[in-house]
Design a protein around this ligand. Sequence first.
Ligand code: ACO
Length: 319
Amino acid sequence: MYARITGTGSYLPPQAVTNHDLVARGIDTSDEWIVERTGIRQRHIADERQSASDLALEASRAALGCAGIAPEKVDLIVVATSTPDYIFPSTACLLQDKLGIKGCAAFDVQAVCSGFAYAMAIAEKFIRSGSHRCALVVGAEVFSRILDWNDRATCVLFGDGAGAVVLEAAETPGILASALHADGSYNEILSVPGNVCGGRVIGSPFLQMDGQAVFKFAVRVLGDVAHEVLQHAHMPQEAVDWLIPHQANIRILQATAKRLGLPMDKVITTVDRHGNTSAASIPLALDVAVRDGRIKRGDNLLLEGVGGGFTWGAVLVKF
Ligand code: ACO
């Protein structure tokens, strides 16, 4: 038994905020600085009434529609998010309710920007074990809610959005290999150290980051984990049709592609239009490239992410 992607979907909130808009709002930055250091030109920001489960719902409906699957057929929902609607219930349970279904397993995965790779690897194991047949795997984030909009070093980097895939049991692959890792000793270089105590937030509820340390760490582990899954699947790197990395920063994407010996025209990039949408960035990029016709059935896709924790992971897919 294998797990195959049978549908993809994504959703971006309508409000696009350009770098020029940020300058107009009084942030001490410039379009030139942001584009040169990150490749980001704009990001989408959710309306204050929208939460992660709302974004997840739109992406899920699109993925289910693409797969031609009724929501009732879903028997597992895994949502990767670090910006859930509530501490609990999980965003996956809220999504299940919004989809109008009951009874199937539903839970969240918290691995920050590697969340979607983690969620895919987990869902695949449920399907391969035979216990489940149709998983909805979602990355959904409203990072705009955990940014200090006075901190130019972090607020320009992120955006909101959601992406989803339907993963179904199949007799042919499917997911070919996956690898997941974490090293908690790097917890301090990227964190939101706030905590809820007595109904109040203790510590900082805003994202904090050592940008240069993150950069070096990300490039190293993204290269390593890509080689690891290729080895698992006995696939030469030339056989990869598309690299779909977490969209943190164009320079991280370029350095990773270089380490893997892949030309940039084999790398799906959306960071210029979406910014860094954390767990949503991989399924968003996947869906963009499926819908614009670049990714075709039978292509070999290498999905990989790295994020706070630190966590990192990769999933090799025969689409
Ligand atoms: N606009 C203008 N100037 C800025 C801005 C800004 N938005 N942000 C910082 N600066 C200034 C700094 O104050 C500093 O000024 P100074 O020299 O007068 O002190 C100068 O720019 C250089 O700052 P650095 O932090 O050294 O800039 P750096 O070249 O490292 O670039 C960046 C910062 C883009 C964050 C880089 O470190 C990076 O790409 N890191 C990777 C981090 C990342 O992508 N994180 C995403 C989350 S993690 C993940 O998704 C895996």
